[in-house]
Design a protein. Sequence first.
Length: 228
Amino acid sequence: MKKAEKAARILDSLESLYPEPPIPLDHTDPFTLLVAVVLSAQTTDKKVNEVTPSLFEVAPTPAKMAALEVEQIRQIIRQIGLAPQKAKSLKGLGAMLEAEHGGQVPADFDALVKLPGVGRKTANVVMAQAFGQPAFPVDTHIHRLAHRWGLSSGKTADHVEADLKKIFARDTWSKLHLQIIYFGREHCPALYHDLAECPICSWAASKKRIAEEAKNNVRLKTKKKRAS
């Protein structure tokens, strides 16, 4: 099956499963979305949504975030992974938005990646979900599924992003990245996944890939059994 044909079938499958995928991080405006995405690195969206209400109660704007001490922020987000580092980033982010952008989140990718704690993925999420601009943020789920489905062999998120942008139409990117994330979470986990039974992997993955992952599953289960 050619990649274009595979892409079209994947789109149809995901559209059937997730016709209106919700944004998983709770937010009310571009700033609260930006903060939530910064916090989400190496942390579940569920955990982020548990701590952000308390944070946004005291710091709903860049100015109020910048006014907090790093330790105050850290205490509020202490349940989040990498809390000390993220607390510094959030204070610096608030200060930079105030000083250079009039207290507003810029709708500009290059400006976003210059903010403390903001990388390419975070900037892409904000561009897509806050400003409605076509973007294809690549997280661990998308990276994994792009490999399983034979759409990319890229080792980095940037490489995978470039490959997917070549395959899928620009007007599908922002919605598609959410659809793939939800599919990865609900149907296509990283470990102990039977590709032969997966709604998409069963036909999109190569026979070699299906066999390799099946063999790896046996190895992991044997290792786990021996350790127990």
